[in-house]
Design a protein around this ligand. Structure first.
Ligand code: CTP
Ligand code: ZN
Length: 153
């Protein structure tokens, strides 16, 4: 290991995923949308840590967990600055910036109460028309769901 691990704010993990560079105010949203409150894995997190880019950031370390693409897309919608680090045997073996895809299927709710997706069992589908500040256009009703009204399913 290259770095002096004595200076980690939250201790290192052996295997798993580190979600770094989460805006501090989004920490509990990320925990909730990933269902981290109800899995048996060891989880450590830190918040209001110093970050040059974000001012204050949060970090979540989940032992023995490797996220699927849909879960990574959820993280991207809530915390577009987040970086995923895959850890194997204490080493960072993969690092990637999360990215909001151009199309979102079944992850977010349409904010139009009259939309078919809120009244029938139709899976939601949106075009991403703005990022990183998210704006989604519903494929069915064409209404825009913006960042403030974004609700993750
Ligand atoms: N990390 C960890 N356990 C390990 C190795 C790394 O929890 N066994 C964490 C580090 O604490 C850090 C993140 O994974 O938060 C990424 O590690 P590293 O790439 O070494 O850190 P930085 O270079 O600071 O990352 P970045 O450039 O992405 O900020
Ligand atoms: Zn709609």
């Amino acid at each position: 290991m290259k770095k002096d691990r004595k200076h980690l704010s939250v201790s290192a993990i052996k295997d798993g995923t580190v979600i770094d560079h989460i805006p501090a105010e989004k920490l509990f949203n990320v925990i909730s949308i990933l269902g981290l409150d109800s899995i048996p894995n060891q989880i450590t997190f830190g918040t209001n840590l110093e970050s040059k880019k974000l001012g204050r950031k949060a970090i979540i370390k989940i032992a023995d967990k490797f996220f699927k693409e849909t879960e990574i897309n959820k993280i991207a919608l809530i915390a577009p600055t987040a970086k995923l680090n895959i850890i194997r045997d204490y080493e960072v073996v993969d690092k990637r910036q999360v990215e909001v895809p151009d199309e979102i299927i079944g992850i977010a709710r349409c904010m139009n109460p009259k939309c078919i997706t809120n009244n029938d069992s139709v899976i939601t589908r949106f075009r991403v028309i703005s990022k990183p500040r998210i704006s989604l256009r519903c494929h069915y009703c064409e209404k825009i769901t913006d960042q403030e009204h974004l609700e993750i399913l």
